[in-house]
Design a protein around this ligand. Structure first.
Ligand code: NAD
Length: 340
């Protein structure tokens, strides 16, 4: 049994990762500031599910708070850290630039400092497919250049990768970044397409369709993501050969220990128009589609090359969009029938 810290544990992915770790018998401490990016009740309801496990402990705290994070690390000798707390979403980052840099960059450095001081065995952190910017070369590979972010959110995630690299390089702190590709599933985020479209179809309100639905996303089912994250935690060797300070390090060189970076996606992009079709069919009701132009910061297609993660851990996503939507709509109807 490991003692693992999960930041962003009340969030969508953090909740699922924590639930799986707890069901495997690990001890988990969750941290989250319960921000109001979307309905806080959903975060509290996720936490209520997690609290059914005796081996779960929760701290409402902000990862930018140096003292409370330091106190937490003094009280708890965490072996591993899964960092998922962040200000999320491309569009919102245009409205709240300071909050994004504060949480996503300063908060991450604050966490890495504690991990370095307490010699945490492995830090696994969330990056994002958004770092690829308007890259047109598909599928996206971690060997592609990613120095042209087109949103502030993407820039903060790329900054995290660079900062993680410097911590691994300087202090031999094992870090693994995972570039998530559009995650969906039960307990999902109300600000994301799958939730928004399901809600709109059920309530008979219009769906905003950007670029006439000619956008593709590599929608990845949350259980597949959790398997990928835990595969990294269990199978990636840590505390390997220190990197020589004198070595010029290639950021994308996966062999440079102990810094690693992978794509984690479904490797099967789905058009937004098709996604709406699948949800309509599952619900048995047509959508009202309203067309809008492309939004600033948006990209035409995301598509993950997952061969490196596959090779390293055997990661193989197995949930089709139809299966995933089926499970999401089941959850949505059950959750909202409880008066939520
Ligand atoms: P989420 O918003 O549901 O979860 C993030 C959680 O972090 C929230 O509960 C929020 O309250 C918490 N948080 C934010 N700032 C904090 C701070 N300063 N201190 C403490 N807690 C803080 O989002 P999610 O979809 O679960 O995303 C998890 C991670 O995965 C994020 O880092 C996100 O950038 C990344 N990611 C998600 C997706 C996706 O499709 N969901 C895609 C790419 C990357």
């Amino acid at each position: 049994m490991n003692h693992i810290l999960v930041t962003g544990a009340a969030g969508f992915i953090g909740f699922h990762v924590t639930a799986r770790l707890l069901s495997q018998g690990h001890r988990v401490t969750g941290v989250d500031n319960l921000n109001s990016h979307y309905d806080v009740r959903l975060k509290r309801d996720r936490l209520a599910e997690l609290r059914q496990f005796e081996t779960f402990e929760f701290h409402e705290a902000d990862i930018t708070d140096v003292e409370s994070l330091s106190h937490l690390f003094v009280q708890n000798p965490f072996q591993k850290v899964i960092h998922l707390a962040a200000e999320v979403g491309v569009r919102n980052s245009l409205l709240k630039p300071l909050e994004y840099v504060q949480s996503n960059v300063l908060g991450f450095v604050n966490l890495l400092e504690q991990c370095r001081l307490k010699e945490v065995e492995h830090v696994v952190y969330a990056s994002s497919s958004s770092v690829y910017g308007a890259n047109r070369k598909i599928p996206y590979s971690t060997h592609d250049a990613v120095d042209h972010p087109i949103s502030l959110y993407a820039a903060t995630k790329r900054a995290d990768e660079l900062i993680a690299h410097s911590y691994s390089h300087l202090y031999d702190l094992p870090t693994t970044g995972l570039r998530f590709f559009t995650v969906y599933g039960p307990w999902g985020r109300p600000d994301m397409a799958v939730y928004l479209f399901t809600k709109a179809i059920l309530e008979g309100t219009p769906i905003k369709v950007f670029n006439h639905g000619n956008l593709k996303r590599d929608f990845t089912y949350v259980d597949d993501i959790v398997s990928g994250v835990l595969g990294v935690l269990e199978q990636i060797p840590v505390r390997t050969e220190p990197v020589s300070e004198a070595t010029a390090v290639d950021l994308n060189d996966q062999t440079v220990a102990p810094y690693r970076l992978y794509n984690i996606g479904n490797h099967q992009p789905v058009g937004i128009a098709r996604l709406i079709d699948v949800i309509e069919q599952r619900i048995g009701k047509p959508a009202i589609r309203e067309n809008f132009p492309m939004q600033p910061g948006d990209v035409l297609e995301t598509y993950a090359d997952i061969s490196e993660l596959q090779q390293a851990t055997g990661f193989t996503p197995s949930t089709s969009i139809e299966q995933g939507i089926d499970r999401f709509v089941d959850w949505y109807l059950a959750y909202h029938s409880r008066g939520k």
